[in-house]
Design a protein around this ligand. Structure first.
Ligand code: PLP
Length: 457
């Protein structure tokens, strides 16, 4: 038996019955009053349902899945600010281990005082590397009594936007090698005419954003060697290994793209791509201590102790570094090799299926990186932008875009295959692409050709 409570006005407020769900809440002005944590959680959670599904996102290179143990570590370390090295000394030890492991993976020469740091991504890493090369160039010019104005960098039109950003933000002339039908990368031959005594560096790509191909790095390296002997210009080669830095070491370990090439003075990688950690993590590594002028390294002491720091940001979460450490320990070389092999196999299987679809032709069949790029056989008949939209209706996120100048007349579809994209998904996606192509070519009411059934054994 219970005594009746007849004078309380307390209300039970199930989440969806709360006022917040039936009243307008300002979207662009700080609300006057708050709401319960449960209500706020549910509201934000529901709004985000309008986002695409990361598992179906083949547009991005960025990791969209990690193991539950990684998720747990991420939550446990959310509150730690990476910059507080004195307060979180073990996090800093982990940071140093992670950067060292990456330096060794890229064959940084022992005993040369290689340095490196974690960054927010490859964009920050590239800015830091090129700022260092710009400053080194200025110091060399001053020592020679020469002017230090009008520096330039040489890159292909196949670079990621962050390279043009560097040039514009930090006032360096961008000398860009155009693309052409059939050549979507650069090599020494294209770079040579653009070099001069004011070139602070050359960008070489281990995996281009547009077509997932590789610049001819060995020929650029050889060219820079010849240029130094002949003209005395010491021009560093920076390798942008944002996407390839955790692929090539495992699927083509013999290929020399890294510090094994003599002119490579710095390398960046996006750990949040095939390093297999969530967004917010990149790394830059310098070959030798002298590649990073010490005047760019700040020594901060107001958090206690002396903290050398080379970064564009101050505060940043530490969990991405922790997650990379987790993944390194969890997988080892063997684990990465297995994952890269299976990602490559799935990408090649997907390429095979897409290449077999009437109306599509492959520009890249994922032979070197798990990236499939297709174009329309006849762009008049098949509009890839519409195809991309039709796929989106099924939930797939597959971008269509134009290639950089002078190949901008070519529109392509790009599919980046990641760890969590299984063979089963590849089958479903290829089926949906075939259906969408059919719809575009024959109208929405036409029934797609049935797939020819293969015998089961
Ligand atoms: C993704 C990418 C970048 C930019 O990297 P973020 O980590 O997103 O800043 C730069 N270069 C290449 C080749 C890339 O693929």
């Amino acid at each position: 038996m219970h005594k009746l409570d007849l004078d309380s006005d307390d209300v039970v407020s199930p989440t969806y019955a709360a006022r917040s769900f039936s009243h307008d809440i300002p979207k662009y002005r700080l609300p006057a009053e708050g709401m319960s944590a449960d209500a706020a959680y549910q509201l934000v959670h529901d709004e985000l349902n309008l986002d695409g599904n990361p598992a179906l996102n083949l547009a991005s290179f960025v990791t969209s899945w990690m193991e539950p143990q990684a998720n747990r570590l991420a939550v446990e370390t959310l509150a730690k600010n990476m910059i507080d090295q004195d307060e979180y000394p073990q996090t800093e030890v982990v940071h140093r281990r992670v950067v060292s492991m990456i330096g060794r993976l890229f064959h940084a020469p022992a005993g040369s005082g290689s340095t490196g740091t974690a960054t927010i991504g490859s964009s920050e890493a590239i800015m830091l590397a090129m700022l260092a090369h710009k400053r080194s160039w200025q110091r060399r010019r001053e020592a020679e009594g020469k002017p230090t104005d009008n520096p330039n960098i040489v890159m292909g039109a196949d670079v990621h936007t962050c390279w043009e950003k560097f040039a514009r933000y930090f006032e360096v002339q961008a000398r860009v090698v155009p693309m052409q039908e059939g050549r979507y990368t650069i090599g020494g031959e294209q770079v040579e005419p653009l070099l001069d005594e004011r070139t602070i560096g050359v960008a070489g790509l281990l995996g281009t954003t547009f077509t997932g191909q590789m610049d001819d790095l060995a020929s650029i390296d050889a060219l820079l060697g010849r240029v130094e002997s002949a003209r005395g210009w010491r021009i560093p080669l920076h390798i942008d290994a944002a996407s390839g830095g955790f692929l090539t070491p495992f699927c083509e370990p013999e290929l020399e793209w890294d510090f094994r090439l003599a002119r490579v003075r710095s390398i960046n990688v996006s750990n949040h791509k095939f390093g297999l950690v969530y967004p917010g993590m990149g790394t830059v590594v310098f070959r030798e201590q002298q590649d990073l002028p010490q005047e760019l390294v700040f020594h901060i002491n107001y958090l206690g102790g002396d903290m050398p720091n080379y970064s564009l940001n101050f505060s940043r979460p530490s969990n991405s570094v922790i997650l990379q450490y987790f993944t390194f320990l969890r997988l080892g070389r063997e684990g990465y090799s297995e994952i890269v092999a299976s990602v490559m196999a799935n990408a090649q299987a997907l390429a095979g299926k897409l290449g077999a679809i009437d109306g599509l032709t492959l520009l890249n069949d994922a032979s070197q990186f798990p990236i499939v790029v297709a174009r329309a056989e006849d762009p008049e008949k098949l509009d890839l932008t519409l195809l991309s939209r039709l796929l989106r209706e099924r939930g797939w996120i597959v971008p269509a875009y134009t290639l950089p100048p002078d190949a901008e007349h070519i529109t392509v579809l790009r599919l980046v295959v990641k760890e969590n994209f299984s063979r089963d998904m590849a089958d479903m996606l290829a089926h949906d692409v075939r259906a969408a192509v059919h719809t575009l070519e024959h109208g929405p009411s036409a029934r797609p050709k049935r797939e020819r059934r293969r015998p089961l054994c």
